[in-house]
Design a protein around this ligand. Structure first.
Ligand code: RB5
Length: 150
């Protein structure tokens, strides 16, 4: 798995922030896969969340980054995929805990509620933090639905 390759995607509400984050990710040594959107024109967040979540769910990407206005729509879509854990993150502390305790693999940013500097700090913390495992691994293993929902 190419750890240093990371997909990123947004709708129109996250477009500007995505454009700001891409060079930051490159400067950190990541090969960025920009899955769109490519303009600030109105667009539908599921069209961008599905392709990114599929990559992470299949293990083709270890982590990914999604942005929309609130983060909620992107999170709803991404979390429907097996093995995807996609929290909406609004602070570096939440980013750190989402990695340490929940082994989050898709960072979802509420672009309309963060400054670009805040988003950069969150991304760095998310990418720099490892999963703690131990008791948290047991809990993460219990997340997947295996028939309970039918
Ligand atoms: C777009 O206006 C907005 O609804 C979208 O970016 C997101 O916040 C949805 O959850």
């Amino acid at each position: 798995m190419a750890t240093r390759r990371i997909p990123i995607a947004s709708d129109h509400a996250g477009f500007e922030m995505k454009q700001r984050l891409i060079p930051v990710l490159r400067s950190l040594g990541y090969e960025v896969e920009d899955l769109g959107t490519d303009t600030a024109a109105s667009s539908d967040y599921p069209d961008y969340a599905h392709p990114l979540a599929q990559r992470v769910s299949r293990g083709e990407s270890e982590r990914g980054i999604l942005l929309c206005g609130t983060g909620l729509g992107m999170s709803y879509v991404a979390n429907r995929y097996p093995n995807v854990r996609a929290p909406v993150v609004w602070s570096p502390e939440i980013a750190e805990l989402s990695r340490k305790h929940n082994d989050a693999n898709v960072l979802v940013l509420p672009a309309r509620f963060l400054t670009e500097d805040q988003a950069v700090d969150i991304v760095k913390r998310f990418l720099d933090t490892s999963f703690e495992g131990g008791r948290h691994a047991r809990r993460v293993d219990k997340i997947e639905v295996h028939g309970e929902a039918q």
